[in-house]
Design a protein around this ligand. Structure first.
Ligand code: SAH
Length: 238
């Protein structure tokens, strides 16, 4: 039997509030993820506890450390099967979300989830971040940009900071050994107009591996030369 208290207990531990409808939606999302994963590769984690903890609680843990106000705009870069974007959207109905990925078939799954759960104020965009960041409608328009398991911090900074509003935050989800990544991203953060603020370490309840949120604040506008053309931020990090 799947016991949903593994999810709710963890959210309680983190002081993250939710209602029953939101938990039902997360459960439905889990069912759709497992069902679709049998025919396409969406996740390597398929056991109930693993999905609840390593996908859902991990995605939502950021809410312990930041307050995302109603009507804020959040972008998830490289959302894949919807992490962290979909769990965050479920818990934040009054926040505007954009989920971006370069691979369309994963986005088709996300659109099915949005439809089935009746999620609103959420857009899904099929593009590379390098291209979308140069489109006026998206450039420097987001209060928060999040991203999990997409690229090293230097690369990800070039992809993400252009989307962040002045005084907004880019907050990547990172695993252990983040200090060295931050050091290597010093230049990328500076030239894209960012300011490194802090690292917030955390662990999932019952797990020992270290996880980190890196807080990078947008200080000044990003020069229009960034991000460079598709592929370069990964091939030749700043
Ligand atoms: N964030 C999800 C998926 C991680 S896999 C999770 O944590 O589970 C990385 C995803 O990033 C892939 O779906 C890939 O298509 C996408 N991606 C990588 N580089 C990208 C880019 N430059 N622009 C948009 N999406 C990108």
């Amino acid at each position: 039997m799947n016991d949903i208290s593994i999810l709710t207990n963890s959210l309680d531990r983190f002081g993250i509030s939710y209602n029953k409808d939101q938990i039902d939606k997360l459960y439905k999302y889990y069912e759709m993820l497992i069902e679709k994963n049998a025919v396409m590769n969406l996740t390597a984690i398929t056991d109930f506890e693993g999905v609840m903890m390593k996908h859902f609680v991990d995605s939502l843990a950021i809410l312990k450390y930041i307050n995302i106000e109603d009507n804020a705009k959040v972008l998830d870069i490289g959302t894949g099967a919807g992490f962290p974007g979909i769990p965050l959207k479920i818990l934040l109905p009054n926040v505007d979300f954009v989920l971006l990925d370069a691979v369309n078939k994963k986005l088709r799954f996300i659109k099915e989830v949005i439809e089935e759960l009746g999620l609103e104020r959420i857009d899904v965009i099929h593009a590379r971040a390098e291209d979308l960041a140069h489109i006026k409608e998206y450039r420097e328009k987001f209060d928060f940009v999040v991203s999990r398991a997409v690229a090293n911090l230097a690369t990800l900074t070039e992809l993400s900071l252009p989307f962040v509003k002045k005084n907004g935050y880019f907050i990547p989800y990172k695993s252990a050994l983040v200090d060295e990544e931050i050091l290597k991203a010093t230049h990328a953060i500076r030239v894209t107009g960012g300011k490194y603020e802090k690292v917030q370490k955390f662990t999932l309840p019952g797990y020992s591996d270290e996880r980190n949120f890196v807080f990078i604040r947008k200080g000044v506008n990003t020069p229009s030369t960034y991000p460079r053309k598709a592929g370069l931020p990964a091939k030749k990090p700043l």
